[in-house]
Design a protein around this ligand. Structure first.
Ligand code: UD1
Ligand code: UDP
Length: 352
């Protein structure tokens, strides 16, 4: 069978890795990189470190407004799908690359498999929420990481082709955590002690594109009394500069890091502050308390289990949570058993 996989942004390379590795043992994969992310440390570094084969097509779309970025992907993808005539198209998550892949597959009458189906924030101001809703409604096979995702789809009337497979990001962490422990030298390079720093990531549009929200986050980080490590997404770097916001001396601002370095930073952090979906989950997998700089989350299980707390972007709330949030309870296996990639490929084998 010929399967065309469409990816374009950092978290999609990480999700792709375990699926692609297994998929290629039994099917032909044609890999398309839309070029949504293009900096070395948002793209190529993941292909090298996770041994993902080079893309068969690189669309080089780059950054731009939502419509233009998605539109350029549609134009290029339509031609590729017409030429390749794959049996299936696979898309991951909720980015503009996901949406473009989904639209082209369905309009070309190619069955579509969505990995990370059924997630909802119930906030339609997020571009990702629009991308997810449209993609799910176009998908033939919907691979849900959690039971909540299955229920979200049922509420929208989507029940056919829905499978509770577990989360491929959990598979990726299981596959790479020991490697990160052995091979990453990032703590030594930064002069950080295990348990002696707070790890922060911020890149969500609702935070970067609103100077008041970004300002709240920057004020909070500058007020923390522990060392802060901040691998900074270029979007946030640009937005902070534009808003005239400066990080204080206690905040170690570094370029985005590789996946193994990120896992090492996460597993040794005393606490994680983030607005990232993937980082919230990884904090949970690794048993690190997570304070989420958003008003809602798609990963409600992490909050229900008591390991994640939503604080928004009010500086005082963030500082208070960073000081006091100290979860201790169990972390139930809401995200599967590390076999999601196998379950997904085996569904494809059966064509169900
Ligand atoms: C995108 C996804 C988001 C995902 C994130 C993962 C959408 C709508 N958003 O957000 O869901 O969580 O990726 O990181 O698809 N930039 C660079 N170099 C790059 C890429 C981007 O400098 O290699 C800068 C550009 O200024 C660009 C900005 O970052 O305008 C935003 O990039 P974009 O891909 O549009 O969205 P992300 O915020 O990365
Ligand atoms: N990540 C990384 N280096 C970094 C920041 C994040 O490798 O400097 C990884 C992180 O471990 C997780 C994924 O990128 O696996 C999350 O991606 P991101 O936060 O960009 O997007 P989201 O998950 O919010 O869509």
């Amino acid at each position: 069978m010929k399967v065309l996989s469409v990816v374009g942004a950092r978290p999609q390379f990480i999700k792709l890795a375990p699926v692609s590795r297994y998929l290629r043992t039994r099917h032909q994969e044609v890999l398309v990189h839309t070029g949504q992310h293009y900096d070395n440390n948002l793209s190529d570094i993941f292909f090298q470190q996770l041994h993902i084969p080079a893309p068969d097509y690189h669309l080089g779309v780059g950054s731009g407004p939502q419509g233009r970025q998605t539109g350029e992907m549609l134009i290029a993808l339509e031609e590729i799908v017409a030429w390749e005539r794959p049996d299936w198209v696979i898309v991951y998550g909720d980015t503009n690359s996901t949406l473009a892949g989904a639209l082209v597959a369905s309009k070309s009458h190619i069955p579509l498999l969505h990995i990370e189906a059924g997630l909802r924030s119930f906030n339609r101001r997020m571009p990702e929420e629009i991308n997810r809703i449209v993609t799910d409604h176009l998908s033939t096979l919907l691979c849900c990481p959690t039971a909540t995702a299955v229920a979200n789809l049922a509420r929208e009337g989507i029940v056919e082709g829905v499978h509770h497979t577990g989360d491929v990001m959990y598979d990726a962490v299981l596959h790479n955590a020991d490697l990160a422990r052995r091979e990453s030298a990032i703590l030594a390079e930064l002069g950080c002690q295990p348990g002696g720093y707070v790890l922060v990531t911020v890149h969500r549009a609702e935070n970067t594109d609103d100077p008041a929200r970004l300002g709240g986050i920057v004020v909070a980080l500058n007020a923390l009394t522990e060392p802060v490590v901040l691998p900074l997404h270029p979007r946030t770097r640009k937005a902070a500069a534009q808003a005239g916001l400066a990080f204080g001396p206690g905040v170690r601002v570094i370029a985005p890091v590789s996946y193994l370095d990120m896992l090492a930073l996460e597993m040794h952090a005393r606490l994680i502050l983030t607005d990232s979906g993937g980082v919230q989950k990884e904090a949970y997998f690794l048993g690190v308390p997570c304070v989420t700089l958003r008003d809602e989350t798609e990963w409600v299980e992490t909050v229900a289990a008591g390991w994640n707390v939503l604080v928004g972007t009010d500086a005082a709330r963030i500082v208070e949570a960073a000081r006091t949030f100290c979860p201790q309870g169990e972390r139930p296996a809401y995200f599967g058993n590390g076999n999601a990639h196998r379950v997904i490929v085996e569904l494809l084998d059966k064509g169900v």
